[in-house]
Design a protein around this ligand. Structure first.
Ligand code: MLT
Length: 401
């Protein structure tokens, strides 16, 4: 009889958003008349830009013609035309990332989860709390020791390293999911120095970089000196260009990044990751890569920017309402997430139930992201403009009762 990986038995029974979906489904079954506004899972709602759809259709047409048909892409790392486009995108905000340091993937979540394969199970992993559940779950699945660095009200939900704590891998996310907080260049410098002192590697999730508006908030960790010797960056087109249903993202592993193996040899992290991918991943479909490349054309950037601005307006609507109600929050600016303190000292799930049952609005309980999330709550700005405004009216009414 096979044994199972018993580390899985230590996880929460369901992934956070599955639990929420179950609760919402139970509520809508019991109240079929309820008009529920969903601001829980961070999923986009606007259609993909026209020029991107056109590029995908063109790619699909090419697959139906003998002369332009494509089977496997040789390297599995993505077509050069897309890696060049991503490299050019980095250049547009002043960051030098060569195309051959980039691998195309099916979204940041997969790589954030799969990267653990190339690191030893004896690594100590430092994760800011609260955090995107994938970082914690995937390390627990491999039986690794996970330690936490507190993001809380005192530090504006932007945890900084403790010099006395030792670790090997560090997960950072800026703009942060779930708290919407961001790291400035100075703060990232501190993390990089800390990583170097510990010989640690930073796994940096920049999936929400397109929402950054502040000048002193880097769009990439590679905007900060020294990052190439200690960081991996993962980004995605899910939130930048509405690709949650298309699946495409990219991971940057600089060639400068190496670790010393137990026999003293210098191992390239990029080479190791390529080796992992060679055995376990056959790349992203050609039409989707064509669509992704179109995102980075001038027209694609213009059209996707309009969608981002739409969501940024929603974020402002939410933030203005919370200001009016005197509720504390982080995010909303530089981020599509608004992280608010549950009113009247309520717990996260208590507020979730109240908001769903009395106002028909779905959010995400902060406690689902870690212990420091208890008493906090996440709303997303990815919804419809009028529905977002309606949800805020309902919140005001609920809290005035
Ligand atoms: C979230 O709501 O946190 C999102 O689902 C993150 C993701 O894209 O996986």
């Amino acid at each position: 009889m096979p044994s199972v990986n018993e580390n899985f038995l230590k996880l929460e029974k369901n992934y956070l958003f599955i639990n929420i979906a179950k609760k919402v489904n139970a509520f809508t079954s019991a109240h079929p008349e309820a008009d529920v506004i969903r601001m829980g899972i961070g999923d986009v709602t606007l259609p993909i830009a026209k020029c991107v759809v056109y590029a995908m259709k063109k790619g699909a047409d090419e697959m139906g013609v003998k002369e332009t048909f494509k089977g496997y892409e040789d390297s599995g790392a993505g077509y050069d035309f897309l890696k060049e486009a991503v490299s050019g995108y980095y250049k547009s905000f002043g960051v030098d990332v060569p195309a051959d340091d980039i691998r195309i993937n099916d979204g940041a979540k997969s790589d954030c989860g799969n990267i653990v394969d190339i690191f030893g199970d004896d690594n100590v992993v430092l994760i800011t709390d609260p955090a995107y559940p994938v970082y914690v779950d995937t390390n627990l699945m491999s039986g690794r020791k996970v330690i936490y660095c507190d993001s809380n009200e005192e530090n504006g939900f932007a945890a900084m390293p403790d010099e006395n704590v030792k670790c090997d891998l560090i997960y950072l996310c800026s703009p942060n999911n779930p708290t919407g907080s961001v790291y400035t260049k100075e703060q990232l410098k501190v993390w990089i120095e800390y990583a170097k002192k510990n010989n640690a590697i930073i796994i940096y999730d920049s999936a929400y970089e397109a929402f950054i508006t502040d000048e002193n908030v880097p769009r990439s960790i590679f905007a900060v000196e020294g990052a190439k010797e200690c960081a991996i960056e993962m980004c995605s087109l899910s939130k930048t260009a509405g690709f949650t249903g298309m699946r495409c993202g990219y991971t940057v592993i600089p060639k400068e990044l190496t670790v010393t193996a137990s026999d003293g040899t210098e191992v390239s992290i990029s080479q190791l990751w390529g080796r992992r991918e060679g055995s376990k991943f056959n790349g992203v479909s050609y039409p989707v890569q064509c669509a992704a490349a179109a995102v980075f054309t001038p027209e694609g950037l213009k059209q996707t920017r309009e969608n981002i601005e739409y969501y940024q307006n929603n974020a402002r609507t939410i933030a203005n309402t919370l200001d009016e109600l005197g509720i504390k929050y982080t995010g909303g600016k530089n981020s599509p997430y608004i992280w608010l303190k549950c009113p009247n000292g309520m717990g996260s799930w208590e507020f979730f139930d109240l908001l769903l049952e009395k106002a028909g609005v779905v959010g995400t309980p902060g406690a689902g992201f870690g212990k420091n999330g208890e008493g906090w709550f996440r709303l997303t700005a990815f919804g419809d403009k009028d529905r977002t405004a309606e949800a805020m009216e309902r919140l005001k009414k609920l809290l005035s009762e």
